[in-house]
Design a protein around this ligand. Structure first.
Ligand code: FAD
Ligand code: NAI
Length: 466
C-alpha cells in the first residue's frame, strides 16, 4: 500500500477519534489520524483534564480552609500560588497528550497534524504549515467534536466575555464573575473560581440547574452550592452585555424585572455546537441536521455517504468523552466485521463539583413517564459510617426500580466520590440487573458503596441503617 493510502483515516484526535484509531489498529487496519490543533482533542487539552486538575487543586484548598481543622490538623495561614496551580494543570495536560502521542506510535498509527478537508469518498486533503498533503483510505471517520455556543450580545472577546477555554487559564481570580448557564461547565468552572475567592453569580434560563439530571438531586445540589457561596438566578435571561473599561455590565431579566449587574468576567457556558467548519461535507454530500450535527445511521454510524462514518460530539446526543469513545470503538469494530453496540442507557453522567453529582439511567421524572409504576429507594450518606468518618455525610443515593419487574432503571448519587461510586451502577445497568441484585451483593464495610446497597434495600423499604 502506498505511504499515503490507508484502510482508515480518522479526522479529529479527541477521545472519540484517537480511541477509534487505536481499536482500528488493534484490529489490523492501516490507520492514520489527522488533527488541526492537538492530540487528545477538547477533552485532554481544554476540557475534561485541565478542568479536573483545577477542580482537584481547588478542592484541596477548600479542604485545607474548611475541613482540616476538624481533623485536628492546623495549617496556619493558607496562601494560593495561582501561577503554580495553573502550571501544574498545564503539566498534567502535557503528560496526557504525550501519552496519546506514545499510544499512536505504539499502535503504528500515522499522525498528520493539519486541517482535513474531505474531497471525495475516501479522499482527504490535509493542510498544515508545511503545505498540503493528499491522503486516501477505504473508510473515513469524522470525529471533529464541538465548539462553545455563542449567544447574541455576548460575543467572546477572550478577555471579559469568555468561554470555558479561557476560564481554564485566568491569570488571577476575578472579583466577580457572571456565569451564563447552569450546566456542567458553568457549575464546574464556577466552583473552581468560587473556591479561589471569586464571587460567582449563575444566570440560568430554565427554572432549574442541570437539565437532564434528576430534579430532586439537582435541587438539593443547588442548595449545597449556594452554601458554598455561589448565587443562582433561575428562569433568568442574560439579555445584554456592555464592556465599560475593565468591567462588564450584564443585564439580567427575570420575569418583568430587569437588573444591571457589574462584573469582571462573563463566562458563557450555554452548551456546545458540532464543529464541521471547512470539512467539505456539503461538497461530498454528507448531510447535517438543522442544528449542524452530522447525520448518521444510529446503529452503524455511517453518514449519508457510504464509507464515511462519524462519532462523538459531532453527531450529538450526550456530549461526553466516554460516549465518544464507546461510539468510536463500536463503529470501528463494525467496520472490521464484528458486532459493535453502544448501550446509551448505561452511559453515566457526572458533575465533578464538591460534592459530586453522578447519574446513570432514567431520572425519576422520566422513569414515571416511561414505566408508570416505579419504586424509589434513598439512603443518606449521614447514615454511612465511612462518609461520617470522612466528614462527608452530606448527600444521598437514590435508586429507581420498575415496580413490576424490579429491573434497575436509574441510579443517582450526590455525595463524596460519586464519580467512582456510579461505576457499580453502570455495570449493574449493563447487566440488566434487578434492584434486588444490588441489595443482595456484598459491600465491604466500612465503605461508601454500602450506601448503594442500603438505597437498593430502601426500594423494598428495608434499609438497615435508616
Ligand atoms: P473533541 O475532543 O472535540 O476532538 C475533536 C478534534 O477534532 C479536535 O482536536 C479538533 O482539533 C479536531 N478537528 C476538528 N476539525 C478538524 C479538521 N477539519 N481537521 C482536523 N482536525 C479537526 N466530558 C466528559 O465526559 N467528562 C468531563 O469531565 C468533561 N469535562 C469537560 C470540560 C470542559 C471545559 C469541556 C469544554 C468539555 C468537557 N467534556 C467532558 C466534554 C468532552 O470534552 C467532549 O465530549 C469530548 O472531547 C468529545 O470528544 P470528540 O472526540 O467527539 O471531540
Ligand atoms: P450544557 O448544555 O450542559 O448546559 C448549558 C446550560 O445553559 C443549560 O442549563 C441551559 O438551559 C442554559 N442556557 C442555554 N442558553 C442560555 C441562555 N441564553 N441564558 C441562560 N442560560 C442558558 O452546556 P455546558 O455546561 O456549556 O457544557 C457543554 C457540554 O460539555 C455539555 O454537553 C456537557 O455534557 C459537556 N461537559 C461535561 C462535563 C462533565 O461530564 N463533567 C463537564 C463540562 C462539560
Amino acid at each position: 500500500m502506498p505511504e499515503t493510502q490507508f484502510d482508515l483515516i480518522v479526522i479529529g484526535a479527541g477521545p472519540g477519534g484517537y480511541v477509534a484509531a487505536i481499536r482500528a489498529a488493534q484490529l489490523g487496519m492501516k490507520t492514520a489520524i489527522v488533527d488541526k490543533e492537538f492530540l487528545g482533542g477538547t477533552c485532554l487539552n481544554i476540557g475534561c483534564i485541565p478542568s479536573k486538575a483545577l477542580l482537584d487543586s481547588t478542592h484541596r484548598l477548600s479542604e485545607a480552609q474548611h475541613q482540616l481543622a476538624d481533623h485536628g490538623i492546623n495549617t496556619g495561614e493558607i496562601k494560593v500560588d495561582l501561577a503554580k496551580m495553573l502550571s501544574r494543570k498545564d503539566a498534567v495536560v502535557k503528560k496526557m497528550v504525550n501519552g496519546v502521542n506514545f499510544l499512536m506510535k505504539k499502535n503504528k498509527i500515522e499522525y498528520f497534524p493539519g486541517a482535513a478537508r474531505i474531497t471525495g469518498a475516501g479522499m482527504l486533503e490535509v493542510k498544515s504549515a508545511e503545505g498540503t498533503k493528499t491522503l486516501t483510505a477505504g473508510k473515513l471517520l469524522i470525529a471533529t467534536g464541538s465548539a462553545p455556543i455563542q449567544i447574541p450580545s455576548f460575543s467572546f472577546d477572550g478577555k471579559r466575555i469568555i468561554s470555558s477555554t479561557e476560564a481554564l487559564t485566568l491569570p488571577q481570580a476575578p472579583k466577580r464573575m457572571i456565569v451564563i448557564g447552569a450546566g456542567a461547565i458553568g457549575l464546574e468552572m464556577g466552583s473552581v473560581w468560587n473556591r479561589l475567592g471569586t464571587e460567582v453569580i449563575v444566570l440560568e434560563f430554565l427554572d432549574r440547574i442541570l437539565p437532564g439530571m434528576d430534579r430532586e438531586m439537582t435541587t438539593q445540589f443547588q442548595r449545597m452550592l449556594e452554601k458554598q457561596g455561589i448565587k443562582f438566578y433561575l428562569s433568568t435571561k442574560a439579555e445584554a452585555a456592555k464592556v465599560v473599561g475593565d468591567k462588564v455590565q450584564v443585564t439580567r431579566v427575570t420575569g418583568d424585572q430587569s437588573v444591571v449587574e457589574e462584573c469582571d468576567i462573563v463566562l458563557v457556558a450555554v452548551g456546545r455546537k458540532p464543529f464541521t467548519a471547512s470539512l467539505g461535507l456539503e461538497q461530498v454530500g454528507v448531510e447535517i441536521d438543522k442544528r449542524g450535527f452530522v447525520r448518521v445511521n444510529p446503529h452503524t454510524y455511517e453518514t449519508t455517504v457510504p464509507g464515511i462514518h462519524a462519532i462523538g460530539d459531532v453527531i450529538g446526543g450526550l456530549m461526553l468523552a466516554h460516549k465518544a469513545e464507546e461510539e468510536g470503538v463500536a463503529c470501528v469494530e463494525m467496520l472490521a466485521g464484528k458486532a459493535g453496540h453502544v448501550n446509551y442507557r448505561a452511559c453515566p453522567n457526572v458533575v465533578y463539583t464538591s460534592p459530586e453529582l453522578a447519574q446513570v439511567g432514567l431520572t425519576e421524572e422520566d422513569a414515571r413517564k416511561e414505566r408508570g409504576e416505579i419504586r424509589v429507594g434513598k439512603f443518606q450518606f449521614l447514615a454511612n459510617g465511612r462518609a461520617v468518618a470522612m466528614g462527608e455525610g452530606e448527600g444521598l443515593i437514590k435508586i429507581i426500580g420498575d415496580a413490576k419487574t424490579d429491573r434497575l432503571l436509574g441510579v443517582h448519587i450526590l455525595g463524596p466520590h460519586a464519580s467512582d461510586l456510579i461505576a457499580e451502577a453502570v455495570v449493574a445497568m449493563e447487566f440488566a440487573s434487578s434492584v434486588e441484585d444490588l441489595a443482595r451483593s456484598f459491600h465491604a464495610h466500612p465503605t461508601l458503596p454500602e450506601a448503594m446497597k442500603e438505597a437498593a434495600l430502601a426500594v423494598e423499604k428495608r434499609a438497615i441503617h435508616m
